[in-house]
Design a protein around this ligand. Structure first.
Ligand SMILES: C[S@@+](CC[C@H](N)C(=O)[O-])C[C@H]1O[C@@H](n2cnc3c(N)ncnc32)[C@H](O)[C@@H]1O
Length: 248
């Protein structure tokens, strides 16, 4: 499936309203709350480095993994511009293969795990993560909630018409497989003021909190906290982003 190919080059522009500085602060607050000593971080599904780069600037040693070479190429270009050195690897996290163990922290932000659509694959990522972490290491990730994927994105259509980018985004929710298929059509203005069209189909799996908790427990994690929407409170029925914080 073609995901995050051409889209990679406009991803940051379309995400320009996301408060990544606030996201970094929330991650650091979680680390503080957990009394975790974190120097190194493995970031899964790091994309264009929107968290990788600011976290590196805060002196964490980070390696980022993503399946999309195009997303990584944008991350590399941004890092070079900002004079930041990053270790970036192209890999499918469903077959996570990382040499360094005893990690302080593994991170996956902005619904990277919703792209892992099979239970076995996601449980495999959790098990590998458990093996890679040091004793007391911390695993921090978020998912788009079942509510968001089934009801808000659901079978709805979205669109935006900016000066140089327009898109149409049609979703289909399969309530047997709990999968949302997103058909995205983008129109990008070129140097001749003509709009070029490209399309991508993305698929995300809606997981319930209980499904994720069961998989984490089967992978060995015991001390698991669940928070809703950048708070330190339990998710509400209409929370859109669910954060999981687990210690080995
Ligand atoms: C919504 S983006 C999030 C990117 C980044 N974490 C951020 O906060 O901006 C989801 C990312 O997951 C990556 N991804 C999806 N499936 C993946 C897989 N199987 N293995 C590794 N990365 C994957 C995509 O390439 C994309 O970069």
């Amino acid at each position: 499936m073609d995901q995050y190919r051409d889209f990679a080059f406009i991803y940051d522009e379309l995400m320009n309203e996301v408060d990544y500085n606030g996201w970094v602060k929330y991650i650091e607050d979680i680390i503080k709350n957990e009394n975790a000593k974190v120097q190194n971080i493995l970031e899964l599904a790091c994309g264009t480095g929107n968290l990788t780069i600011p976290l590196t600037k805060k002196n964490y040693d980070i390696a980022g993994i993503d399946i999309s070479e195009e997303m990584l190429s944008v991350a590399r270009e941004k890092a070079e511009k900002e004079g930041v050195e990053l270790v970036l690897l192209q890999q499918d996290i469903a077959q996570l293969d990382f040499d360094i163990t005893n990690l302080d922290c593994v991170l996956c932000a902005c619904d990277g795990f919703n792209y892992i659509t099979y239970d076995d694959d996601l449980e495999n990522v959790f098990t590998k993560t458990y093996e890679l972490l040091k004793e007391d290491g911390v695993f921090i990730f978020d998912i788009s909630s079942f509510y968001k994927l089934s009801t808000i994105l659901g079978n709805n259509m979205y669109g935006e018409n900016r000066d140089d980018i327009a898109y149409m985004w049609q979703n289909y929710f399969d309530d047997e497989e709990n999968l949302v298929e997103m058909e995205l059509a983008f129109f990008i203005k070129d140097e001749f003021e003509k709009f070029e069209r490209f399309e991508e189909v993305h698929q995300q799996r809606a997981y319930t909190e209980d499904e994720i908790l069961d998989m984490l427990k089967s992978s060995g994690f015991k001390n698991i906290k669940v928070y809703g929407d950048f708070t330190f409170e339990a998710p509400k029925q209409d929370s859109q982003r669910i954060f999981f914080v687990c210690k080995k």
